[in-house]
Design a protein around this ligand. Structure first.
Ligand code: NIG
Ligand code: FE
Length: 391
């Protein structure tokens, strides 16, 4: 079965140098042929081959599907009241994580699966074709294992976050909890997880605990990612770089040495502006990172506490307005950047052989994603060549 996307006004390929727009590799008046779920051909619309099916997008922009490399979708309940309290002046400390842990433990599998399915579908409608999903609201051997088992029904990019916070029953013996995470919990997580993550922050896990957990996870074959420098300066970024993490996430409070370490490494800095929006916190400085040569990704951090959005277009708009990114940088960071953060060379790019994961915009250019914030511009999404919604 072939499908031709025809009359594309602006095709963002993310193949640097293959068109205009530097890293975005923009081709104008283009067509794209899909065969067996993959991109088979890209070229000028006037040379478009015949195909079994054809979608005429009438001059619209087409871009790679968003790669949301940071989301916490396995949870129960919501924390709208906590959000309201913050908007009335209260600070975010991460303390509410324990509220969601209690609700998640009390929920049955069907409830958790239903929430992941709903949020996955919500993200897809907004152009996200790949999403990473973390555990981290179970915090017992059984509840972390089932969170990951459910996450793995929806994505291959699953992350074990048993070290999100120390759960209440271990409050006065955090060393014992770290031992549990490194031993039985990790063993139970391994069949379902590709990554390991730690919330390395004051009030969560310090550098020694984080290093111990990440090192043992890495030795067991998991890739490393770190929640780092979100609420204040700290050791998370340096630790991530030291361990060769694929990504350090948040990066809100960085010093010059953090930026330098990132610039000299392969580690991506993943920025999550939905979290600063929803916690009314200062935004990270993407401009400083980009100017230093750091690879930047954008992700939603979708979770019921600090960032209850599944919308990558919203994060792009915030990144442009508040983080100092250009629209082109933000779109790259939300697609190819996310793919780098997940070490997935095959994603975030449209070239022959790549999965046909793409969005058709109700707009002539990628610029409109930031220029028209809050407007539903994603008119159709294809995942592995299959249309997910009709315009
Ligand atoms: O990435 N920072 C730690 N974890 C989440 C917040 C989780 C929550 O508040 O429930 C985050 O922002
Ligand atoms: Fe997070």
């Amino acid at each position: 079965m072939q499908l031709l996307i025809d009359n594309i006004g602006e095709l963002v390929t993310n193949v640097a140098g293959s068109g205009e727009g530097g890293p975005l590799g923009i081709r104008r008046r283009a067509a794209l042929l899909i065969e067996e779920g993959r991109v088979a051909w890209i070229g000028p619309a006037r040379y478009a081959p015949a195909a079994d099916r054809r979608i005429d997008v009438d001059g619209a922009a087409v871009l790679p599907g968003f790669v949301d490399s940071h989301a916490h979708l396995v949870f129960a309940g919501d924390r709208a009241a906590e959000f309201a309290a913050r908007m009335a002046g209260q600070r975010y400390t991460g303390g509410g994580i324990r509220t969601t842990v209690a609700a998640t433990r009390a929920a049955d599998d069907e409830t958790l699966r239903g929430t992941v399915a709903r949020l996955r579908a919500e993200a897809m409608r907004q152009g996200t074709t790949t999403i990473e999903i973390k555990s981290g609201y179970g915090l017992s051997v059984a509840d972390e294992a089932r969170s990951l088992r459910i996450a793995a029904e929806f994505t291959t990019e699953t992350t074990f976050l048993g070290a999100h916070v120390v759960p209440p029953e271990y409050a006065d013996r955090p060393d014992d909890y770290v031992g549990l995470v490194c031993g039985p919990m990790l063993r139970a997580a391994l069949p379902y997880a590709r990554w390991i993550d730690v919330f390395c922050e004051r009030g969560a896990f310090d550098a020694d605990h984080a290093r111990a957990i990440l090192t043992v996870g890495q030795a067991a074959g998991l890739g490393v990612r770190v929640h780092a420098n979100q609420l204040g300066p700290g050791p998370g970024v340096q630790l991530g770089v030291e361990l060769g993490a694929a990504s350090v996430d948040h990066c809100t409070h960085l010093d010059d040495l953090d930026v330098e370490a990132l610039a000299m490494s392969e580690t991506v800095a993943t920025l999550l502006p939905g979290a600063e929006f929803s916690t009314r916190s200062p935004y990270p400085d993407a401009r400083r990172l980009l100017d230093a040569g750091v690879t930047v990704a954008l992700a939603t951090d979708c979770n019921p506490g600090s960032s209850y959005t599944s919308s990558m277009p919203f994060c792009i708009a915030l990144a442009v307005r508040e983080l100092g990114m250009t629209p082109a940088e933000a779109v790259w960071a939300a697609t190819a950047g996310g793919a780098r953060a997940l070490r997935r060379d095959d994603l975030g790019v449209l070239r022959p052989g790549a999965p046909a994961d793409l969005s058709i915009l109700a707009a002539p250019s990628h610029l409109h994603l930031a220029y028209r914030p809050g407007v539903p511009l994603i008119s159709q999404v294809l995942h592995n060549g299959v249309p997910q919604c009709q315009p």
